[in-house]
Structure formats: structure tokens, C-alpha cells
Design a protein around this ligand. Sequence first.
Ligand SMILES: [Zn+2]
Length: 282
Amino acid sequence: MSRSLPSLDTLFTWIRTESPTHDRAGVNLMMDLVVAQMQDAPVAIERVPGEQGLGDTLVLRAGPQTTEPSILVMSHLDTVHPLGTIERDLPLRIEGDRLYGPGIYDMKGGAWFCLEAFKDVARKGTAVRPMVFLVTPDEEIGSPTTRPIIEALGRRSAYALVTEPARDGGQIVTARKGVGRFDVHVEGRPAHAGSRHKDGRNAIYEAARQILAIEAMTDYARGITTTVGMVSGGTAMNTIPQHCRFPVDLRVETVADGEAVTAAILGLKPQNSDFKVTVTGA
Ligand SMILES: [Zn+2]
């Protein structure tokens, strides 16, 4: 890198261009910046229009145009940071040899460096296989619109590299856990907390029991984790709540564990028929 470090100005522009997943305009501005970055390189650019209100996808191709399986590189340019983060919480700044700003770690920094490398190899014409660079707009919400493209390109590739950040100590991630997302809705029976307590069926209380059961599915030895990261329920302090909702985040290392724990979560039953427990997701 030190030999010919490209100007960091482009990267600064990237960080100033805030691009939370649901801000289509911001994400598409990022795609525009990538297109501009490739302008003077022998790179074929395919721009796939966004779906479901999300941003566009770019498929960049370079290297020999043969039928040989390609080298696939994947980056996403959406971030988890809401608009205004750069003003309020995470201003663009350099401290020592580190650059800070929303989304630079995950994953604009890695994407930008790798696109520079991709362009460099494309220019030199030294690639021995077709090179494909996929730039997606929706990774942070589980790639709902780009999954088919990822799978199709993956099937045609000999290698797939992802420019996600390294772990502690600069270690490269060679496998990612499978992820499940569920929404649980518990319904009880509302009643006044003072005069009609006996008649109520507290949905939050039932949800708490369910949450204990869900968290108990965590098994570090097998690499299974379940997390209830948010809870909402109830309408007033003096009212026994009718509804309680919470999401469940599931991570697994094997397909078999994924299927087993998914079945367990989808099969959650209330302690008795006064409550209704509805689980959606996969
Ligand atoms: Zn990422």
C-alpha cells in the first residue's frame, strides 16, 4: 500500500456520503462514486436497479473474459448508521494513523481499498481468471434483494472474497455463522391492575417466561446463540398488558443446528391456553 497509496480524498467523500440501508438516495450516491472510481479502468459496469425501495447493485467485471470460474469479491456500501451520525456522534476525523467516521469500518474502508486493488489488476491485465466485483446496497438488513445475485455469482466462482473488517488482531474471517431472525408476539388479556387484577393475563409476564426459554437455547460449545435484544409491550403502568412483542436473533454454525433451533423457536408454546404465542421468521 505504501508504494503508491491512492489519495484518501475519495475515501473521505465516501464517509461523508452517509448511506444507511433504507436511504436509497445515499446508497445510490455511493454506487455513483464507485462507477466514477472505475471510469478510466478497463472494467465493465452493470448497474442493477434497486428493488423494494432499496439502492442499486453493481456488478463489475474485468480480467480475461473466459468461461473459467471467476474470482468473486463482494462488498456492501450500506451502513447501520442513521443519517446525521457524522454530524452528531461520529465526526470524520483522523487520530494518529486511524481514520474515524460512520461506516468506515463496516465496510467502506475495506470496499474502497479492494476496489482500488481490483482496478489496479484490471489495468495491468494480470488476472488469470475472470474477476467479478459485486457491490450490494442491503447487506445490513440481511441482503433481502440481492441474495439471488449473490448466489448466482457465487455458483460461477472459484473463490469468493468479502471485504468485511478483520477481527481482533487483524485476523481474517473464513466462515460466518448462519443467522435466523424471528418475531414473537405474545397475547394475554388486558385488565385494570387495581380493580380487576385476577382477570388479567399479563403478556409481558408470559413473554418473560418465553425469553428465558429462548435464551436457554444458547449453547456456546456448539456455537449456538439466541438473543432477545428488544422488548415492547404494555400500554400503561396500571394496566395488565394484552400484548408483548420481541425479536429473536439466532446464530448457528451448522445447518442441522439451524434447523433444530429454528423448529424449537417456531414451536414455542404458551404456558396455558389463556395466552397466545405467535412466532414468525426463519
Ligand atoms: Zn458489513
